[in-house]
Design a protein around this ligand. Structure first.
Ligand code: UTP
Length: 293
């Protein structure tokens, strides 16, 4: 692991329109995945990779998010009185596991704009960006591989995943050159949400990035792109054309996009089926249910 003080930035200020009306008064990052909000998995992933300073970019409905990572004295004393140590530990875990900070985005002008809001907190250090609705299974660590690749190259590192042509239009897609490592590619360009015909490869950018603070200078002058939003992809595209460039780590593990309704449902079923407390009852029920479909 790196000895550098990496901080994590989790943008969670999007409008989450695909999940309306659930997201009318609640950020999509707070939607429960089994029994934890999606964003808690992401903070746990950062902690697992050795990062304990986490900045969450919040938008409207910020209270939900900040309350979740705060202590709740009346709930804690109630559980303490009842002697329910197990539940007490669950409540305290989300406020104790990391040093969580918040900054407001104001107008949600895009992911690039959200990341730029982290400039003052991040300072002069490389940092990671983790999308709060994009879950990477803890059994398939990705961030540590990306941090190691950043240490080796000094370049910006993005996570990539092979996506079939039917879904490629939902992603930023990389133009790549191979390297000696089959799981690492050099990125020479990026196309935001291309059609299947326009897509330069089947490698889509997923929600994990290791970035140097130089990205802020690029974002300062990045103009609104696709959808009228300031896109992180456009800043990365510019960074790919100069040294030390941008590299992609190809992730072949389990990933759940909880910002998408169908993937959200799949995530809950998959994660619950693997759990010791729910799996033994869920799996046979699910087989029976599926047989009737
Ligand atoms: P998405 O495009 O998935 O989020 O952004 P969205 O716009 O909220 O989703 P829909 O399409 O309307 O349902 C990817 C990530 O970037 C954050 C989102 O919260 C999400 O984690 N984001 C996006 C911001 O923080 N600010 C923005 O202005 C845009």
């Amino acid at each position: 692991m790196s000895h550098k003080p990496f901080k994590a930035v989790i943008p969670a200020a999007g409008l989450g329109t695909r999940f309306l009306p659930a997201t009318k008064a609640m950020p999509k990052e707070m939607l429960p995945v089994v029994d934890k909000p999606a964003i808690q998995y992401v903070v746990e992933e950062a902690v697992q990779a050795g990062i304990t300073d986490v900045l969450i970019i919040i938008g409207r409905n910020k209270n939900n998010l900040s309350n979740h990572f705060d202590s709740v004295p009346e709930l804690e004393s109630n559980l303490l009185r009842k002697g329910d140590q197990e539940k007490l530990a669950k409540v305290q875990h989300s406020s104790d596991m990391a040093d969580i900070h918040f900054v407001r985005q104001g107008d949600p002008k895009g992911l690039g704009h959200a990341v730029l809001r982290a400039k003052a907190h991040v300072g002069d250090h490389p940092f990671v960006v983790m999308l709060g609705d994009d879950l990477i299974d803890e059994r398939d660590p990705l961030l540590t591989t990306m941090l190691a690749e950043h240490e080796r190259t000094g370049a910006a590192i993005v996570a990539l995943m092979e996506v079939d042509s039917a879904h490629i239009h939902q992603y930023g897609v990389a133009v790549v050159e191979t390297t000696d490592n089959p799981d690492v590619v050099k990125i020479t360009g990026m196309v935001e949400k291309p059609t299947a015909e326009e897509a330069p490869s089947n490698l889509a950018v997923i929600g994990r990035y290791v970035l140097a603070p130089a990205v802020f200078d690029v974002l300062e002058h990045t103009q609104p792109g696709k959808g009228g939003e300031i896109q992180l992809t456009d800043a990365l595209q510019e960074m790919a054309t100069s040294e030390p460039g941008v590299y992609g780590v190809v992730f072949r593990g389990r990933r759940y996009d909880t910002g998408d309704k169908l993937d959200y449902i799949k995530a809950i079923v998959q994660l619950a089926a693997d759990r010791d407390d729910l799996g033994p009852a869920l799996r046979p029920w699910f087989k029976e249910f599926a047989a009737k479909l």
